[in-house]
Design a protein around this ligand. Structure first.
Ligand code: ARG
Length: 572
């Protein structure tokens, strides 16, 4: 509605930049526009006169007449708009009739957008930094799909670099000590990255620096067969683990991802570098090859030993994305720590005239523990993602057993499924409801609190609404004009905001507005449910109208939660 209003006023005043706000106090109207102030300043007139003129113009329009009960000038150069109840009643019926389409917009118009997220490094267990990227990126991709974009979910796997060299060294050490069969068994036998990781840790115990790893990695780059075979095995195990274990554990679909990682660009690096040299963009400096950038440290393309870098591959990948996918935008959902890297990458893109798509680094902060310090294992290491998932699942199971929320009986399998969905909801909502730039805290109990601002609270609210709907065979059209309670009006207004909130998320690259919106909608619906009778209402027409309201609320909660990557539960 907010966007609609802004666009509609623009039809009358195409060349003016003004704001549409939603006043916190409803006595000031549902929307407030600073157009009189802006126009008065521009035309050197008095805001009151401008306001009168604008209101006169707008109130002649049919839609304004239907949608608003009052449009009035407020001091300080604003015009306030008050939604008409008749309009709200009509809209509620609309939502009922168009459930699946409500809030869908054609904004994206089929334009392609690449959302790169998750991008874990193989050969190491995926950790919580990648958890944030996965959760945020997946939800953003959902939002863009909802808006009619063609979304490419890009998983830029880190499958190349010195880290692989370390594993190769560790494997070869093992082979020297216990022979090939033993080494294969110990190294690859468990078929998990954790199995390989033990050896990774050993590398650091034995070697103080990365020298040996670099040598083995260089051999891999030069196509040494033994190393290539080892790398292929390591990569295969890691990718399998991601697809079978990791992504399903956080309710993320990896089948719709395009896995195109760093190693895929290895064959192109030589010609990329040659091209950059011949264009005069890259130049030698102390044996290394660099690109000088304005106001930034130079981007390093090749070290003096000839090895290429993370940056080199990112440039090649960006070229691939721009040339072969023709995107309108490319988002990189990657932690704050890589800000400089992306500034450099985008500056290089500028030099290469890759500027057609908008390039955005969607940053996020760290995960902190309850003590406010960076979440770490007891030894001070990064926490593997599965540890976090297991912990929240365990807590969720305890909780679901303990609290019988909606008197339903479950068997063990059902209880486990519910606990899993509740745990994932807790993780994702905790992440997405906070501003991504800031560090987020893992307060396990608050994340799972069915009564607080949490994912499980929203799931619980949804299940509660569905339990009411299940009590009737079918929902009839009902006389929505009977919905006059303040809680009812409040919900109807909230429902109208949904499409605007989705668009806002897409523009700001954050999801906290949607999370907050869903929380407010859920709270309003719980207030409503406590105040009025629904099923027992003797007035059948009003009962039906209330059921419509409940159904619309449930629809929007479900749509919104699904955008956040959270599953709803019909029963809890
Ligand atoms: N694999 C990298 C890491 O774990 C993240 C990749 C980010 N994306 C990119 N295009 N550089 O740090």
């Amino acid at each position: 509605m907010k966007n609609w209003l802004g666009n509609k006023i623009k039809e009358f005043y195409p060349d003016v930049d003004f704001d549409v706000l939603m006043p916190p106090d409803e006595r000031l109207g549902d929307y407030s526009v600073n157009l009189p102030f802006v126009l008065a300043k521009k035309n050197k007139k008095n805001p009151l006169d401008m306001g009168k003129e604008i209101i006169k113009k707008l109130t002649q329009d049919k839609e304004f007449q239907q949608y608003f009960s009052k449009i009035e000038f407020a001091g300080s150069g604003f015009i306030n708009f008050y939604l008409a109840d008749e309009f709200l009643w009509k809209q509620l019926l609309e939502i009922h009739r168009n459930r699946d389409l409500f809030g869908k917009s054609k904004e994206g118009n089929g334009k392609t957008i690449i959302v790169e997220y998750s991008s874990p490094n193989i050969a190491k267990p995926m950790h919580i930094g990648h958890l944030r990227s996965t959760i945020i990126g997946d939800a953003l991709a959902n939002v863009y799909e909802e808006l009619g974009y063609k979304v490419i979910r890009w998983n830029y796997v880190g499958d190349w670099g010195t880290a692989i060299g370390k594993l190769i060294v560790a494997y070869k050490d093992l082979k020297d000590r216990i022979g090939k069969d033993g080494a294969d068994e110990q190294f690859f036998g468990s078929d998990t990255t954790l199995g390989m990781m033990g050896n990774y840790v050993r590398y650091h115990e034995v070697y103080q620096d990365d020298d040996k790893a670099r040598v083995e990695f260089k051999k891999l780059e030069n196509g040494n067969k033994e190393n290539v075979d080892l790398w292929k095995k390591i990569r295969k195990i890691s990718l399998q683990e991601l697809g079978i274990l990791i992504y399903p554990s956080i309710g993320v679909d990896s089948k719709n991802m395009e896995f195109k990682g760093e190693s895929d660009y290895e064959p192109e690096l030589k010609s990329l570098i040659d091209g950059l040299i011949s264009k005069g963009i890259a130049k030698e400096s102390e044996g290394a090859l660099i690109i000088e950038l304005e106001n930034l440290q130079p981007a390093l393309l090749r070290k003096s030993d000839g090895a290429t870098l993370y940056m080199t591959r990112d440039i090649a990948s960006l070229e691939d994305r721009v040339k072969n996918y023709n995107p309108a935008k490319i988002l990189y959902v990657v932690a704050n720590q890589q800000t400089l890297h992306f500034q450099q990458l985008f500056a290089v893109a500028h030099k290469l005239n890759f500027n057609d798509p908008e390039l955005v680094h969607v940053k996020f902060g760290m995960v902190l523990g309850e003590d406010g310090k960076k979440l770490a294992t007891r030894e001070g290491k990064v926490v593997p993602l599965l540890d976090v998932v297991n912990k929240i699942q365990e807590k969720a199971r305890g909780l679901v057993k303990q609290v019988k929320l909606v008197n339903e009986e479950f068997n063990d399998d059902q209880a486990r499924e519910i606990a899993k969905a509740v745990g994932i909801a807790a993780l994702k909502y905790n992440d997405l409801s906070q501003h991504p730039y800031s560090d987020i805290t893992f307060d396990w109990d608050a994340m799972l609190d069915f009564r607080g601002n949490s994912g499980p609270y929203l799931q619980y609210t949804y299940a509660r609404l569905m339990s009411i709907i299940r009590q009737v065979d079918k929902i009839d059209d009902g006389d929505t004009g009977l919905l006059i309670e303040p809680t009812e009006i409040k919900i109807m207004k909230k429902l109208l905001d949904f499409p605007d909130v989705v668009i806002e998320c897409s523009r700001l690259y954050t999801l906290n507005a949607l999370a907050l919106y869903l929380y407010e909608l859920a709270s309003a619906s719980n207030q409503f449910y406590e105040k009025v009778r629904v099923i027992q209402d003797k007035n059948i027409k009003r009962r039906n109208a209330r059921l419509l309201l409940i159904e619309a609320t449930a629809t929007v909660l479900k749509r919104g939660l699904n955008l956040l990557g959270i599953k709803v539960l019909e029963r809890i």
